[in-house]
Design a protein around this ligand. Structure first.
Ligand code: ADP
Length: 469
């Protein structure tokens, strides 16, 4: 990229300089030569009047005119010849052919009223003719042939061109150096970015880029840093999740090992002890199973919502089913479950997943309740949304924990959760399901009074409005 950029920069700067030099100097020399030709013609116009007035073309001699012609010829290091209408040379500043007849091509053309103006590159001379017209009838009465040297012009052109070459060369060198510097400073941020990206691909997420320069580059740098910090967050939450998972999975294994070891160490242990330990081991295995099932459920939910099997579901029936299923468990803990539904609600959703999410809430409401307590499910709707609340008269959740309970493995009271078979994954699963349905879930709770979980889900899938939990 650097090399390409450099070549483009050099092309954009140096080529115009060369083009300007070549064309401008050409144009300049043409302009100066044309100017000389104009001066000569003006001079010829003035002198031709004198020639006519003095009768010079008819043979009258005039020293003044001869002197003037010589002076002009001398001034331009050239030669001036005056001929009459019969091609007889009346004046020649070189004095070589005066009185002789000179029938040159230019003279013939002049007699036909056509003037020429030609620059000869090899001799560096300007050759031009001027036709003298008779003032009476405008007929051709004579002509002036002028040969004027342009050596002085060429000389000054050369020195100008030389200085131009020097100036332009210095200018080009400066531009090339500038191109190097600019290309380097413009491509540097991209190089920095690419090496940072390389380090990230090697798994080193603790990077930060600080690109200075154009606003756009700084914006890229900021956006990149934001992306990096998000990546860091994700990476640390992934690591935390992995360590939590290992810890949770190890706990039942450790207890099983302890029990098995203690049995092994007592070869004469009574059968009752064996039975008791085996029962404990079985319940640890069940617990391990529950954790793994919950984890699998959670991992599945992390995938896209294309896994949802959406269909119209009668939510009243779904909640009634949950109530019936959990009623015996609630009864065992002396907790009453009730269901209030204002009207029939049909919602487009994944029945299995939503049922799991609500069951988790109701199970929690039973688990974290008091003997003689109650759990209430309520269902309502408006044109857009379905509203489900699960309220309990349980132990409540401390204010500072209410934000965290949806995190994986977070438990307010580990012992109580474990005792009641909790894995700390239930609410994380519930929240994932609600998010997949583009809904929201909030909790309101007071310690020793109870908790209320409120869910809002769009009734129809095409309602794409994202709702934050
Ligand atoms: P668990 O398997 O431990 O129940 P959850 O993710 O379902 O895990 O819940 C996380 C924690 O939130 C629980 O351990 C408990 O401390 C608290 N919690 C959840 N629901 C309630 C509730 N209805 N009343 C009181 N505490 C609750």
């Amino acid at each position: 990229m650097y090399a390409r950029f450099l070549v483009i920069m050099i092309m954009l700067t140096v080529i115009p300089v060369i083009v300007v030099q070549v064309f401008y100097t050409r144009y300049f020399i043409d302009l100066v030569r044309n100017n000389r030709s104009d001066i000569a013609r003006n001079y010829a116009a003035v002198i031709s009047e004198e020639l006519l007035a003095s009768g010079y073309l008819g043979g009258t001699t005039s020293d003044t005119i001869d002197a003037e012609l010589s002076q002009f010829a001398h001034m331009y290091n050239g030669r001036v010849i005056v001929e009459d209408a019969s091609f007889v040379v009346r004046a020649d500043t070189h004095g070589m052919i005066t009185g002789r007849q000179l029938v040159s091509e230019d003279a013939i053309l002049a007699m036909q009223n056509t003037e020429v103006s030609v620059y000869n590159t090899s001799t560096d001379m300007l050759r031009l003719t001027y036709v003298i017209h008779s003032p009476e009838d405008e007929s051709v009465s004579g002509l002036i042939l002028m040969y004027l040297s342009c050596a002085d012009l060429t000389e000054s052109y050369r020195s100008v061109a030389q200085s131009m070459i020097i100036i332009m060369t210095i200018f080009s060198i400066v531009l090339i150096i500038l191109s190097f510097v600019l290309s380097h400073s413009l491509t540097k941020p991209f190089n920095t970015m690419s090496s940072t990206i390389n380090r990230i691909s090697e798994g080193k997420f603790d990077q930060e880029v600080s690109l200075k320069g154009f606003t756009e580059i700084e914006q890229i740098s900021d956006a990149f840093n934001r992306m990096l910090s998000r990546l860091n967050e994700l990476e640390s939450s992934r690591q935390e999740f992995v360590s939590n998972v290992s810890h949770e999975l190890k706990t039942p294994l450790t207890s099983m090992k302890i029990m098995a070891d203690s049995l092994n160490m007592q070869p004469d242990a009574p059968v009752e002890l064996y039975r008791e330990f085996m029962q404990d081991i079985t319940s640890e295995i069940d617990r391990e199973n529950t954790i793994i099932s919950d984890l699998l459920a959670l991992v599945k939910m992390d995938k896209t919502d294309s896994d949802l099997h959406i269909q119209p579901v009668n939510i009243n029936e779904m909640l009634e089913l949950i109530r019936k299923r959990l009623k015996p468990i609630a009864a065992r803990r002396d907790v009453e479950i009730s269901l209030d539904a204002q009207s029939e609600v049909i919602m487009e959703c994944d029945e299995v997943k939503l049922s799991l999410a609500i069951s988790n809430l109701v199970e929690n409401a039973i688990k974290y309740n008091i003997a003689g307590g109650w759990v209430n499910m309520a269902l309502s709707k408006d044109e857009k949304y379905c509203y489900i609340t699960v309220t309990d008269s349980g132990i409540g959740i401390p204010q500072e924990s209410q934000e965290k309970i949806f995190e994986r493995f977070y438990r307010v009271d580990k012992a109580r959760s474990r005792e009641s078979g909790g894995t700390g994954l239930g609410l994380a699963i519930t929240k994932n399901v609600i998010m997949m349905h583009k809904g929201s879930i909030v909790v309101a709770s007071k310690e020793d009074e109870g908790s209320k979980f409120s869910i809002r889900i769009p009734l129809r899938r095409e309602q794409t409005e994202e709702v934050k939990a």
